[in-house]
Design a protein around this ligand. Structure first.
Ligand SMILES: [Zn+2]
Length: 119
């Protein structure tokens, strides 16, 4: 290998690295929609009914930030635990636990201190 050939190889290698990184960036941009737009269905809303006073309490989850990723075997699950309290002075603690699959579909729900209400 002559010196010229070696130089060319190094230069070419650098170029392809830079190019690869650029592709990766645009992939991320596509994935998150440029980082500014809030996609439809980002929020998951639900209502619960307090076991003690019967108040209906609205809960809202930010599917982008409130969920934490977990694994059940090979399956990806996103779960969230949220404490809710009504405006009445009954101080009942209501805790909900929700599980979503990787496409943000609700797969499991648990509640203590109240019950899920569809209004
Ligand atoms: Zn209550």
């Amino acid at each position: 290998m002559t010196i010229d050939q070696r130089r060319w190889t190094v230069k070419n290698g650098l170029q392809s690295t830079v190019h690869g990184r650029k592709d990766h960036m645009s992939f991320l941009k596509k994935l998150f929609g440029g980082g500014t737009a809030i996609p439809d269905g980002r929020y998951f809303t639900f209502s619960v009914k307090c076991n003690r006073c019967g108040e209906i309490i609205e809960g809202r989850l930010d599917l982008e930030h409130d969920l934490s990723l977990d694994y059940e075997g090979d399956r990806e699950v996103l779960h969230v635990r949220k404490g809710l309290m009504g405006n009445n002075r009954c101080f009942q603690q209501i805790e909900v636990e929700l599980k979503f699959d990787s496409s943000r579909q609700l797969v499991e729900q648990h509640i203590t201190g109240g019950e899920f209400s569809s209004r």
